[in-house]
Design a protein around this ligand. Structure first.
Ligand SMILES: [Cu+2]
Length: 211
């Protein structure tokens, strides 16, 4: 009986030791996981928030191509466009409602992204489509770059969210007045706006001095 009891006790001690070791392991794993997600969060902030990109493909018989990148800067969205194959001068440039560039004239992208149901207008005002952006300006060689911060748009799932919508370049300047699209003519390029993985997008090596 004594032997049996002592066996039981020692067995219990071993059992508790195992439980405590498990709890300790769980705590360590939890701590490591927390540290890991903290690092991930920091890395995301260093990269200036979520990113998305659209690859422009030619439409309406044009040879226009390019890339449009987006990333969040506070409550605004920074737009960086590099476009080639344009006629020299200004070209209407908008976020359109549908992420579908399949039609030869890009009509499948539908109208300007306009979640608030407002008239078309100047990108600097408030009474306008959320998708209204500044005209691209092409040089004599047909190349245009644009770097601008716009509001009313975001990379979230909220009402201003532009993921899986499209960006469209037009043949003519947007006059920022005419309805419904600024009289900017044919759609010469179109690209669907897709989210990028958090660690891609080319900002590697910058802004990491905080580590
Ligand atoms: Cu447009």
């Amino acid at each position: 009986m004594t032997t049996h009891r002592s066996f039981l006790q020692s067995n219990l001690v071993t059992h508790y030791a195992t439980i405590y070791a498990s709890i300790d392991t769980i705590k360590r794993i939890a701590a490591l996981a927390a540290a890991g997600s903290l690092l991930t969060a920091c890395a995301g902030m260093e990269a200036a928030g979520p990113k998305a990109s659209a690859t422009l493909e030619p439409r309406s018989g044009s040879s226009v191509s390019g890339t449009v990148d987006f990333h969040a800067v506070g409550q605004k969205l920074r737009v960086e466009a590099r476009v080639a194959g344009l006629t020299p001068g200004q070209h209407g440039f908008h976020v359109h409602e549908a992420g579908d560039c399949s039609a030869p004239d890009a009509s499948s992208a539908k109208g300007h992204f306009n979640p608030a149901g407002r008239p078309h207008g100047h990108h600097g005002g408030n009474d306008r489509h959320a998708g209204d952006m500044p005209n691209l300006v092409a040089d004599a060689s047909g190349k245009a770059t644009l770097s601008a911060e716009v509001d009313m748009l975001s990379l979230t799932q909220g009402p201003g969210g532009i993921l899986q919508r499209s960006v469209v370049v037009h043949a003519d300047p947007d006059d920022y007045r005419s309805q419904p699209a600024g009289n900017s003519g044919k759609r010469v390029a179109c690209g669907v706006i897709r989210p990028l993985a958090a660690d891609s997008g080319g900002s590697t090596g910058s802004g990491r001095s905080g580590y």
